[in-house]
Design a protein around this ligand. Structure first.
Ligand code: 5CA
Length: 441
């Protein structure tokens, strides 16, 4: 891919409306473009990254046996009246009428719609448990949309829903999701901590927010530092192993603002282990039993008895994650972004210095790229005639994790190669490919 042919509209200046680094970087590197307040178009670079995040989220859902479906963005108001949330949801819900005057809405979440689908399809307890998810746009008419994709009106969310026969089984589903979330965020290069949280308009009495530490986060968090040392990889996708993992997390104090009690915190956490900071909520899971199944009459037959199913819901902010990862990974002082290779828009940037009327370096770049292509390494060639320092500055913004420089001094079969934020080395293209491939696996 040649940079000159790609649609990556870079901005020279930082737009003044962007107050945090992720918003600034996403605008400057041409990842998104505001369409109206709190609503963004995703341009090719940003979209590519978001799609990679989506795929990791999907793979981890599939690993725990969740099944993907797709529900529409527009829902009928009727089902929300059945659950009683139509009025409760207030002005955050975008209400629409179709040409017949039928009340519709743009879904802010899908508990009602999935319950409606479930109740007409599942009759026997033998079909339980069910774990269903979709990855779809949501709309919430936020009072104060801000920080770009972090708190916007239209956003991309993975939402999953579990259906079980009783509380014990439902907690197993909850724990499975808990496990899947920890693995998902780890693959995205993040350390997300599950924190006991309030349930808000979703309801229920058991809930965890998954929070990553960041100064610009909107959630204030209080925790025991030792929670960061828990090793998730020591646990397997089996009920007892996951239960043990949850127990480990439960041993350490970790709560968000609205669950915080000073006395409790000081009693339970030694001074040297106390951590009070801010974070970004990247996921939120809820257990709410029969809050929706009862009013909406979603039940199964259990040996002749009618049982309302026990439900939970589980959200990941897929579009928010793009911004959150920048907040976590962007090096403010050096002004360098480096995407984790698992979601980088390209694996490697090839930066040839292009001299007037001399295509030598560009031809070398092309040769290298032919080799990388065969090795399944995704690259971008900067074929502009800018000098090295402008090219490097630009690529510091784009965050592609590896760079190959081809200058006038480049001779023979070795090239200047570096991983962003590390020293460069002169290596053969075979060695370069090997390093990149190792990092990818
Ligand atoms: N129904 C539940 C679980 S599926 C639910 O809607 N939970 S939520 O409200 O906590 O949202 C899930 C995730 O979506 C949040 O953790 C957050 O990462 C993301 N999110 C929520 N509101 C916004 C918003 N306005 N802008 C961007 N992302 C958001």
């Amino acid at each position: 891919m040649y940079l000159s042919k790609l649609f990556i509209p870079l901005l020279k200046e930082t737009p003044s409306e962007a107050k945090i680094k992720s918003h600034q970087l996403m605008l400057r590197s041409g990842m998104i473009k505001q369409s109206s307040t709190g609503i963004y178009s995703w341009l090719p670079l940003g979209f590519k990254i978001m799609k990679k995040i989506e795929q990791i989220v999907r793979e981890e859902q599939n690993k725990i046996g969740a099944q993907e479906l797709l529900m529409p963005t527009i829902q009928s108001a009727e089902i929300w009246k059945e659950s009683g949330r139509y009025d409760d949801y207030g002005e955050e819900m975008l209400r629409i009428k179709d040409r017949q005057g039928k009340e519709m809405l743009y879904g802010p979440t899908n508990e009602e719609l999935i319950t409606e689908i479930f109740r007409t399809s599942v009759k026997s307890y033998k079909s339980l448990p069910q774990l269903l998810y979709h990855i779809q746009w949501k709309f919430r008419d936020e009072l104060r949309p801000r920080f770009g994709v972090m708190r916007c009106k239209e956003f991309f969310m993975k939402d999953a829903y579990s259906f079980d026969l009783n509380d014990d089984e439902a907690k197993k589903s909850y724990n499975k999701m808990f496990f899947a979330y920890l693995n998902t965020f780890k693959r995205l290069g993040l350390t997300a901590i599950p924190m006991a949280a309030d349930t808000g308009p979703i309801g229920g009495d058991l809930s965890h927010e998954f929070v990553i530490l960041a100064e610009t986060g909107e959630s204030k968090i209080y925790s025991d530092k030792r929670i960061f040392d828990i090793d998730v990889s020591a646990h397997k996708n089996e009920d007892h192993s996951i239960k043990d993992l949850r127990k480990k997390y439960d041993e350490f104090y970790a709560v968000t603002d609205n669950k915080f009690h000073k006395e409790d915190f000081e009693k339970k956490v030694k001074k040297e282990n106390q951590l009070v900071t801010k974070g970004i909520e990247v996921g939120h899971i809820f257990y709410f039993g029969d809050k929706y199944s009862k009013p909406m009459n979603a039940s199964v037959d259990f040996k002749g008895k009618k049982e309302f199913v026990k439900m939970g819901s589980y959200g990941v902010g897929v579009s928010r994650l793009v911004g959150a990862i920048i907040e976590a990974k962007y090096d403010d002082k050096k002004e360098i972004m480096k995407w984790p290779i698992s979601i980088a828009p390209y694996d490697c940037a090839i930066l040839p210095l292009i001299n007037k009327n001399d295509n030598k370096n560009l031809e070398k770049a092309k040769k290298i790229s032919d080799f990388l292509k065969k090795q399944n390494i995704d690259f971008i060639i900067d074929d502009t005639d800018e000098n090295f320092s402008s090219k490097i500055k630009k690529f510091n913004l784009l965050g592609i994790p590896f760079q190959i420089m081809i200058g006038n001094k480049t001779e023979g079969d070795k090239f200047e190669f570096k991983e962003v934020n590390q020293d460069s080395k002169n290596l053969k293209v075979e060695e370069i490919a090997k390093i990149i491939k190792q990092k990818k696996n």
